[in-house]
Design a protein around this ligand. Structure first.
Ligand code: ADP
Ligand code: MG
Length: 240
């Protein structure tokens, strides 16, 4: 038995000669918000891809509630309760807001959604603060609202574990506060969250714990205060 929702052990990814993720070990407890930090190119998005099954591991394993999930198809991992947003929003501009959520949702969940898909999508849109905007085209939305659509889509499978890849990036200060509160509300409803993030205010107010990567390797782990004052972390961010 384990009280860890997710465990990474020796998780490694090579792209040809490049070791993008190098023997990463960390655990995530239930209801925890863990920040995955590190400079650009340090392997954060790749780590999320390895957890979600979007990429196969070169070595190591990922477990969900103590059972190995690495090696399973991405769709299976998603059905088991792991869902992610992408660093770059991947919506379908020719479809309206509601259909973008429906399309994202039916991926692997058609049976559960059935003919109530539109209704279910409306509930998710309300959940993320987009109530009444289902018929709008994506082009009519503000930037934060496109982020909300993406979040609604990610929530469609009702994930226990939510992987957010720089979901707050590019928001202005007012939007940032809204975004932070939205993530807090997802945590408060019992979700476990891994957050790739650069925005320091967001890291400080959201993360219980942070794991910091540099060049594919974990260089620090601890509370936001601990890691943000760690010399190795400061050096990694500033470049040496
Ligand atoms: P981060 O999200 O921390 O900015 P990434 O995980 O995107 O970093 O990338 C880590 C390293 O792996 C980078 O050097 C990047 O160029 C490389 N990389 C990422 N994805 C691929 C891929 N599909 N093929 C080859 N190299 C990749
Ligand atoms: Mg990235």
């Amino acid at each position: 038995m384990t009280n860890h929702v997710l465990s990474l052990r020796g998780v490694t990814k090579r792209f040809g000669g490049l070791v993008a993720v190098n023997a990463m070990n960390f655990d995530v407890a239930e209801h925890e918000v863990v920040g995955l930090l590190g400079p650009n190119g340090s392997g954060k998005s790749t780590t999320l891809n390895l957890i979600s099954g979007a990429l196969p591991l070169t070595a190591g394993n990922v477990s969900l509630w103590g059972s190995r999930i690495s090696g399973l198809p991405a769709q299976t991992i998603n059905r088991k309760g792991v869902s992610r947003t992408f660093q770059l929003v991947r919506l379908l501009p020719s479809m309206n807001v509601r259909d973008n959520v429906v399309v994202g949702a039916v991926f692997g969940h058609r049976r559960r959604w059935g003919h109530d898909a539109n209704e279910h999508a409306e509930k998710l849109l309300e959940r993320v603060g987009l109530g009444g905007k289902g018929d709008m085209s994506l082009g009519q939305l503000t930037y934060i609202d496109t982020k909300r659509v993406e979040l609604a889509r990610t929530l469609a499978s009702d994930p226990k574990v939510l992987l957010l890849d720089e979901w707050l990036a590019g928001l202005n200060p007012t939007e940032l506060q809204i975004g932070i509160n939205l993530i807090k509300s997802l945590r408060d409803e019992g979700r476990t969250i891994i957050l790739v993030e650069h925005v320091m205010d967001a890291i400080r107010s959201l993360c219980d714990r942070c794991v910091v990567m540099a060049a594919g390797t974990k260089i620090a782990e601890g509370t936001p205060t601990q890691v943000l004052s760690d010399k190795k972390v400061i050096t990694a961010y500033l470049g040496d």
